[in-house]
Design a protein around this ligand. Structure first.
Ligand SMILES: [Zn+2]
Ligand SMILES: [Zn+2]
Length: 348
């Protein structure tokens, strides 16, 4: 038996009269806007209004495979909301009410509610427990859930078959015999895999990773070329936080000028600093990396005549010092008195 029941009542309109039917707000079938289940409660209201702008149609051109096109066709549909979906939406409201910052960072409250509810829909469809735990979850856990689940959850809504585009096969005279009856096996598969991905991401703990050995016969130094840190945190399971292999010459980083190239990697902090000044590895990148480490931003062009930056006398990159790498960034600069330098630069 088809999971979708076409419910016909005496005197209901035929699809060709749909526009009139929608306009007259006669409700031959009231489906839940989210799970699509037939709402049998006679007093239920159809106050979930969705607006379609186009309708999908298969166009046959010659002998070729039919192409699906969306043709403009503004239309409105009205749905209801079953008790279970109403409760789930209330939970989404609760989650957002507790975190006004999250709503703001997502854009507006309406969008945030819809995105969080989409996350909860995945729990709902897959019959996963844990919706309640999300109410008090840390904001990072919620962001992970949003990133991994909101897309598939949103697409599972019954109403998404009618708006913004009326999908092929979507029939407003249908409703589900049970909740989520319209969700296809392919959709379920995506949801299960997204959910597994979400669980893996949630239990991920960053690992401290050493720089790669090098490549193409070029042996990399064992610390960040600029700050000398020996380990960097990975941001995901397969993440290699050290970026690409770089080459430099000692002379451009405060060294004596050995002609051979030096090979190695940049830690994420030094990589970002280098990017900020245009990507070239040199004294400007080195200073920018030190400043961001010290959390200072001396004004440009004021410190010393003829120089565009406040310069730290005697500054060298770790890769030219010959010192061993350290678990602490910039440990080799201790001799220069970093705290004192910071104070001076804050004045600059
Ligand atoms: Zn429902
Ligand atoms: Zn570094």
């Amino acid at each position: 038996m088809s999971p979708l029941a076409v419910v016909t009542h005496p005197g209901t309109v035929k699809p060709r009269d749909l526009r009139r039917w929608q306009k007259n707000e006669a409700q031959p079938v009231l489906a839940c806007a989210d799970c699509g289940v037939l709402i049998v409660d006679k007093l239920a209201t159809a106050d979930e209004v969705v607006t379609a702008t186009a309708v999908e149609q298969r166009l046959h051109v010659g002998d070729r495979e039919p192409v699906v096109m969306a043709l403009p066709e503004p239309r409105q549909f009205r749905f209801g909301l079953c008790d279970a979906c109403r409760q789930r939406r209330a939970r989404a409201e609760e989650i957002i009410a507790k975190r006004p910052m999250l709503a703001r960072s997502l854009g507006d409250k309406k969008y945030a509610l819809s995105a969080i509810d989409a996350v909860l829909i995945v729990f709902d469809v897959l019959e996963q427990t844990g919706q309640e735990q999300l109410i008090d979850a840390k904001i990072d856990a919620l962001r992970l859930a949003l990133k991994n689940l909101s897309n598939a959850g949103g697409l599972a809504r019954w109403s998404s078959r009618f708006a913004p585009v009326i999908k092929i096969g979507a029939d407003p005279e249908q409703a589900g015999t049970h909740r989520w009856a319209h969700v296809t096996e392919a959709q379920l598969e995506v949801m299960r895999s997204d959910f597994a991905q979400y669980l893996r991401a949630r239990t991920f703990r960053p690992e401290m990773v050493e720089p790669p050995e090098g490549e193409n016969g070029h042996v990399a130094l064992r610390g960040c070329l600029l700050c000398g840190v020996s380990r960097a945190p990975s941001t995901s399971r397969d993440d290699q936080p050290w970026g690409r292999l770089r080459s430099t010459q000692e002379a451009v980083l405060g060294g004596r000028g050995r002609p051979e190239k030096t090979y190695g990697y940049l830690c994420p902090a030094c990589d970002k600093a280098t990017d900020r000044i245009g990507g070239a590895l040199g004294m400007n990148a080195l200073e920018e990396a030190v400043y961001s480490f010290l959390e200072v931003s001396p004004k440009l062009g004021e410190f010393e005549f003829g120089r565009s930056r406040a310069e730290i006398i005697g500054l060298k990159a770790w890769c030219v010092t010959g010192q061993p790498p350290s678990t602490e960034a910039w440990a080799f600069l201790d001799g220069l008195g970093l705290e004192e330098i910071k104070k001076q630069l804050q004045k600059a």
